[in-house]
Design a binder for this molecule. Structure first.
Ligand SMILES: Nc1ncnc2c1ncn2[C@@H]1O[C@H](COP(=O)(O)OP(=O)(O)OP(=O)(O)O)[C@@H](O)[C@H]1O
Length: 206
């Protein structure tokens, strides 16, 4: 799959968040999105996911078969989007059934993030880092070529950050694409990088 983003602009409320944002990603490539708090990193992911409409510009997808862009991506956001009353395993079963294109089994995905022992626990009982690891395990239970990850290492300890880094590299080796926002260094091989700068007050619409 290929992604081509051209001269993208976004306005939220009365504010211009960014404009003229362009990049292209091909199979196996990764993009790190940096910028200060409130610069618009999550907003960019929301636009790519199709939840927001750009004020200008275009997002084009190629070589994705008959799938639309929303059907071609995984999104792991700030909120882990887990169902608190379901167990870790049930959450992954739900994700696999909902997303389609099953890949690793839920037990194997839990094993991959070091949470096999928590399979039968309701996620409400888990720590913030453990919940984040289950949200990340969702990436493994259904195959989707584009991973959109919003500060994926937040709440993760060093070992889990390394597990996630390896998962991202493996996904890329299989031809997958990764776009991750981050405030801390994420050592991905040959990753592209864009920094979103806040427009000055003069550039913002009144
Ligand atoms: N629903 C909304 N309506 C209007 N403005 C919004 C809305 N949601 C977010 N914003 C604004 O859009 C701007 C960009 O927010 P965004 O969450 O994309 O920033 P970010 O770069 O991801 O920040 P952080 O590093 O803190 O996560 C912020 O000024 C925010 O207040």
């Amino acid at each position: 799959m290929r992604l081509d983003v051209e001269n993208l602009a976004c306005i939220r409320g009365e504010r211009r968040i960014f404009s003229d944002l362009s990049f292209a990603l091909g199979p196996g490539e990764a993009l790190l999105v940096t910028g200060r708090n409130g610069a618009g990193k999550s907003t960019l992911l929301d636009l790519l996911a199709g939840w927001l409409t750009p004020a200008a510009g275009a997002v084009r997808v190629f070589e994705a078969g008959d799938r639309t862009l929303p059907e071609s991506l995984h999104y792991v956001g700030h909120r882990d989007a887990l169902k608190s009353a379901l167990t870790a395993r049930e959450n992954l079963e739900f994700a696999r059934d909902f997303l389609g294109s099953p890949a690793l089994s839920p037990p194997d995905a839990l094993e991959a993030v070091g949470l096999a022992h928590a399979a039968a626990l309701p996620v409400a009982y888990l720590s913030a880092g453990q919940r984040r690891r289950i949200a990340i395990a969702r990436l493994l239970v259904a195959h989707r070529p584009l991973w959109l990850l919003d500060e994926p290492t937040a709440a993760l300890d060093t070992a889990s950050q390394e597990t996630l880094r390896k998962m991202m590299e493996q996904h890329r080796e299989g031809g997958g694409l990764v776009i991750a926002t981050t405030h801390s260094p994420l050592p991905l091989r040959d990753a592209k990088e864009i920094r979103i700068e806040r427009p000055t007050p003069a550039e913002r619409p009144a």
